[in-house]
Design a protein around this ligand. Structure first.
Ligand code: AMP
Ligand code: MG
Length: 451
């Protein structure tokens, strides 16, 4: 486990006062490590979890050569160009009920989709390409078919003994189905990541408190809760923590003891009067950054030490499966990774999506971290200074000609959540990029499938 100073020394041109977004991702990649604890879960409980081991197929799927169509199976070498072919139907093969007899030249077997191909036959003519004669014969029209058509091969989906899904893959609905198709009822996955979060700031009101002059309701805990829950991590909500050293220390210590990662919002900008920064420094190995980005900019990252000899235990509500919850030897048991986000509500979401989410995915054991960006045509001009990454709230739509287009959504102030609500993605204007003209293509991180 590397210290902040060690990672910083290895990162070319590291300047905590002017980090690019790419530097931040690289740094965090070094800072965090996948959890080591695993558990075995039934498939219905495993959606969204990350595989802790390769799934090796015990069988071939499909297990036999079989028919892809309802029709007639026959030996394809009887087809001749320009010639119809007449065959006598000698039997029927149903899905789940094979036809075991021999099939000679001039003969065929009526076959249903999924039924095992009778021995020696390699071709299926779909029902609709045939005409029935009176006397149990069918005729295949000329040139509608070639040898091998409509036959599915044994193992064409997965061969026995092959890796069907690799360690580090997240279990999507398709992946659950694939594992089930192998006859496997359970999967070994990484344990759920535990993430604690709290909001800081004396001006922050918890819901239920009466409004007060100069104070705002805490929205960050709710957006962070939503972002984390979408990722399938276990959330530990530590509330709003007032700006008192003893309260902050208690919150950080509890978080470091219970969680693998801690997300705070507020109190990390330079010149903050509060104690958050001081406490982070005191309790951990923490770097304070100014990132070349908008919105965002200030961010603290590092590790908050845990109390000695105190194992991180799963809360009692943890739905552990029978075999299976293994207390791991995670380095993070000796503390938790800290993501100290800025206070502005949109900056929280943007820094989460740009930096925290990929880092947490890595901690979850996932080998994929960045969702692909879409290219869309900007319907408006945007001012952009090269030398920082800017994230604009955008709405992607499909133009009548089928191309994707994007426009920004209203007031882009970093505290304005309503424009975030209207957005279905973030327009990412990269570090080196300059002004955008109407009609230029821009990258968009779409929320769908991400948050
Ligand atoms: P800070 O990063 O602490 O300087 O906060 C920047 C801005 O974000 C200030 O206007 C804060 O009032 C606001 N802010 C900080 N924390 C929250 C929160 N939890 N919910 C809503 N707004 C917040
Ligand atoms: Mg503040």
């Amino acid at each position: 486990m590397k210290t902040i100073a060690q990672i910083a020394a290895e990162l070319q041109g590291y300047d905590p006062q002017a980090l690019s977004a790419a530097d931040v991702n690289q740094f965090l990649d070094q800072l965090v490590e996948p959890v080591t604890g695993t558990e075995t879960l039934p498939l219905f409980s495993a959606l969204g979890r990350v595989l802790a081991e390769d799934v090796v197929s015990p069988i071939s799927v499909p297990p036999h050569d079989n028919s892809a169509m309802d029709g007639y199976a026959f030996a394809g070498d009887q087809l001749a160009p320009g010639q119809p072919l007449t065959l006598r139907v000698v039997g029927t093969a149903l899905a789940g009920k094979a036809w075991a007899g021999a099939v000679g030249a001039g003969e065929c077997v009526k076959i249903m989709t999924g039924a095992i191909m009778p021995a020696g036959l390699d071709t299926v003519v779909p029902q609709e390409f045939t005409t029935a004669g009176g006397d149990g014969q069918i005729t295949i029209a000329a040139d509608v078919l070639k040898t091998g058509d409509n036959r599915r091969f044994k193992g064409e989906d997965i061969m026995q003994g092959r890796v069907a899904l690799a360690r580090g893959e997240r279990l999507t609905p398709a992946a659950l189905g694939l594992v089930a198709s192998l006859g496997l009822p359970t999967v070994r996955v990484f344990r759920r990541l535990r993430v604690a979060y709290f909001s800081t700031g004396d001006e922050i009101l918890s819901l239920g408190e009466p409004p007060r002059e100069g104070a705002v309701y805490d929205s960050n805990r709710y957006t962070v809760f939503g972002l984390l829950t979408r990722m399938g991590v276990e959330v530990i909500d530590l509330g709003v923590v007032r700006d008192e050293p003893a309260l902050l220390e208690a919150a950080f210590r509890q978080a470091a003891q219970q969680a693998d990662a801690i997300i705070t919002s507020g109190g990390v900008s330079v010149g903050e009067a509060d104690h958050t920064r001081t406490m982070m420094k005191q309790l951990g190995d923490v770097a304070f950054w100014r990132i070349a980005m908008r919105p965002g900019r200030p961010m603290a990252v590092g590790r908050i030490a845990g109390s000695k000899n105190q194992d991180k235990t799963a809360p009692s509500a943890y739905p552990s499966s029978a075999d299976s919850y293994q207390n791991d030897t995670d380095p993070s048991h000796n503390g938790a990774v800290l993501f100290g986000l800025p206070g502005n509500p949109v900056a929280v979401m943007v820094t989460f999506l740009a930096f925290v989410r990929p880092a947490l995915l890595r901690m979850m054991g996932s080998t994929h971290s960045a969702p692909p960006l879409l290219r869309a045509i900007s319907t408006e001009a945007m001012r952009k200074k090269p030398g920082r990454t800017e994230y604009q709230r955008g709405r992607v739509t499909t133009a009548p000609d089928g191309t994707l287009q994007v426009c920004t959504t209203g007031n882009q102030g970093s505290g304005v959540l309503s424009s975030m609500v209207q957005a279905n993605g973030l327009i990412v204007l990269h570090h080196g990029q300059g002004n955008v003209a109407v009609g230029d293509a821009v990258d968009v991180m779409v929320f769908d499938g991400v948050i």
